[in-house]
Design a protein around this ligand. Structure first.
Ligand code: TR5
Length: 144
């Protein structure tokens, strides 16, 4: 394979892999997820911020020098953003504000990205709402 085609080939397989991972291993069935165990501190994680409502910890598979996941401690039906109801507006606002606090704490306030993957087409793999906070390098646009 020539270099350009090779890069396209690799990129395609990475995307297919992510999509396959999202659809094969998870579905939005409101079941407990790995994040419940992280919240309960039953499995270890590197927590970078916590308050009474949210928890932020380092992603196990970082896609940037800083890659933090920010989640509500109580899911309350928020398996994905698309399931949001009017009662969730307060926690959704709190999460966005907490994202800014995390970015400051992580030293990336001058440039960071907040991502929510919603559903299989966006390769969501854990059905407990989470914000990805990414930074520490020049981010590209558009995202894949
Ligand atoms: O694909 P979406 O948007 O659903 O993001 C889920 C994220 O959870 C991915 O970026 C994973 O790398 C991350 N993840 C998955 C696990 C995990 C984690 N981050 C920290 N610690 C983790 N543990 C202990 N176990 C996981 N399965």
């Amino acid at each position: 394979l020539r270099p350009k085609r090779f890069v396209r080939h690799i990129t395609a397989s990475i995307n297919e892999e992510a999509a396959a991972k999202a659809s094969a291993t998870t579905a939005d069935n409101d079941a407990p997820t790995i994040f419940d165990k992280i919240i309960a501190k039953e499995i270890p994680s590197t927590i970078v911020y916590e308050d009474e409502k949210v928890l932020a910890f380092r992603d196990i598979s970082p896609q940037a020098p800083v890659h933090v996941l920010l989640i509500p401690k109580i899911r309350d039906g928020l398996t994905q953003l698309g399931k949001a109801e009017p009662r969730h507006s307060e926690i959704l606002g709190h999460l966005l504000y907490a994202a800014k606090v995390v970015a400051e704490k992580e030293g990336i306030a001058d440039g960071f990205r907040v991502v929510i993957n919603n559903g299989p087409d966006a390769c969501q793999s854990v059905y407990h709402l989470h914000l990805h906070i990414l930074g520490g390098r020049q981010m590209k646009w558009p995202p894949g």
